[in-house]
Design a protein around this ligand. Structure first.
Ligand code: GLU
Length: 466
């Protein structure tokens, strides 16, 4: 059967780098296997802190930036449309009705207050927390009466009270769960929206997903999903839970370590190929630890689930920066110039839009610093002095001034320099140092020749001239 994978982000805010790693793995797997990659928006949690409509555009932009375009998603549609869960509610309701009809789910009318008291008591007694299943055996006439009285309710999944659930994970091998320890979790909330694991299971089935790649923080929902597949008689896809991402201190990656949201990396000027290369290595390896720089086609060629590691991945910002620097260095300078211009415009060093003259100047300057740039945004500091109007002592590095302008005879030295520069005849100097009239910029040429060779050539002409 052809591989079909999905990336299923929730629009809770700007995407986290960890989510994009999942998206990259999905995309790579589809590319490697000649399969299909779809992206589905999981927006059934409508609580204000979990639903941010603006982030939908962010998710789209991030995937476009990385160049991992889905075969189908809400942006372009596709045969499994719609790809937004809030537009698929009737499909979930139908399955929930079926589960209730077969006795695998039930309506629960317990109030928030009751659930809170129950939780408090469980905590006091030190017993496991979770729903006490009071409504699981509610007589049908009570249930009907509550409903006709318009009492709000949720629908819960009636988990088996005994038996073992077996998860065969492509990364972690076999994991067993005791069903009796699983909570009767909510499938349908009182606002009419399904919870994550019901909606995801229904969609994975309807969209014929063959492999579910997701972060290991979702492991806890696996037994409920497996139970749903069983009772609905659906074929279970392959699960692959991806290792957690930690900071270099081995604590869960968080803002403390640096930025975790992807937008920051786009804005700082991390190249897409560097991000793909770096993120793919967070939890996957080619087996060759010495080869860290991999082109996208090399990664596609080698990417399989067998290469995914179980142990936590370490997000090392310094390594990412280094890698980005390597990719900037390798890029054609025309590309880097183009990518750097917006940073210079934003910093006010170039007009918006830049004039033709400014563009020509930028094209000459930016490549001079390309080797040293680790992120594109560094261009502002690296080449700023070329553009800034210096007004001594304003705009001068104080330490440099103290160190180098303290020398005696600075004034006569500068005087000599001004005279020499004023008199510097460009064409004769070029001929004297290069033997010809055409060549790169005179100063770049002199710099490349170096002081010794330049002086030797000048002296040589001088000595042979009467
Ligand atoms: N909607 C989940 C999230 O926000 C996706 C989990 C999954 O991939 O199944 O990360």
């Amino acid at each position: 059967m052809a591989v079909k994978v999905r990336f299923a982000p929730s629009p809770t805010g700007s995407p986290h780098v960890g989510n994009l790693r999942t998206a990259i793995y999905d995309w790579l797997m589809a590319k490697h296997e000649g399969g299909e990659f779809l992206v589905r928006l999981e927006d059934t949690d409508r609580s204000p802190d979990r639903y941010s409509p603006e982030s939908i555009a962010d998710i789209e932009e991030s995937l476009r930036y990385l160049g991992i375009l889905p075969d189908s998603w809400w942006v372009s549609g596709g045969k499994d449309s719609p790809y937004i869960q809030s537009e698929r509610l009737e499909r979930y309701h139908k399955v929930i009705e079926e589960l209730i009809g077969k006795g695998h789910a039930y309506k629960c009318f317990c109030t928030k207050e009751r659930l809170e008291l129950m939780r408090q008591r469980q905590q006091e007694l030190g017993t496991p927390t979770g729903y006490d299943r009071r409504c699981r055996n509610l007589p049908p006439e009570d249930s009907a009466r509550y409903e006709s009285d318009n009492l709000p309710y949720v629908v819960r999944l009636a988990m088996p009270l005994e038996g073992i659930c077996l998860l065969r994970d492509a990364v972690r091998g076999e994991i067993k769960y005791e069903y009796r320890l699983q909570d009767d979790q909510v499938l349908l909330k009182s606002d009419g929206f399904p919870t994550y694991f019901l909606a995801a299971t229904v969609d994975d089935h309807l969209m014929e997903i063959t492999h579910i790649l997701r972060g290991e923080e979702w492991l806890g929902s696996a037994p409920k999903m497996i139970h749903l597949y069983d009772v609905l008689g659906w074929e279970q896809p392959v699960f692959a839970h991806l290792p957690i991402i930690l900071g270099t201190d081995r604590k869960k990656l968080s803002k403390r370590h640096g930025a975790t949201n992807f937008r920051w990396y786009m804005e700082e000027g991390y190249l897409p190929e560097a991000l793909v290369n770096f993120l793919v290595l967070l939890g996957w390896s080619t087996g060759d630890e010495n080869k860290e720089l991999l082109t996208v086609s090399e990664i596609i060629e080698r990417f399989t689930l067998q290469g995914i590691t179980e142990h936590p991945a370490i997000f090392d910002y310094e390594k990412l920066k280094w890698m980005n620097g390597q990719y900037i260095r390798k890029s054609p300078s025309g590309r880097i110039v183009g990518l750097c211009i917006p940073y210079l415009v934003k910093a006010g060093l170039l007009s918006s839009p830049p004039t033709l003259e400014e563009m020509a100047y930028a094209r000459r300057i930016i490549p001079l610093e390309q080797e040293r740039m680790k992120t594109l945004s560094e261009v502002v500091d690296l080449v700023g002095f070329f553009f800034r109007k210096l007004d001594y002592p304003n705009g001068y590095d104080e330490k440099a001034v103290t160190k180098w302008f303290g020398v005696a005879h600075l004034k006569p030295l500068l005087e000599k320099e001004v005279v020499a520069f004023e008199a510097l005849p460009v064409h004769p100097t070029r001929v004297a140092t290069t033997g010809q009239t055409v060549g790169p910029g005179l100063f770049e040429t002199l710099e490349a020749l170096g002081k010794e060779r330049t002086l030797e050539r000048l002296r040589n002409v001088l000595n042979r001239t009467s």
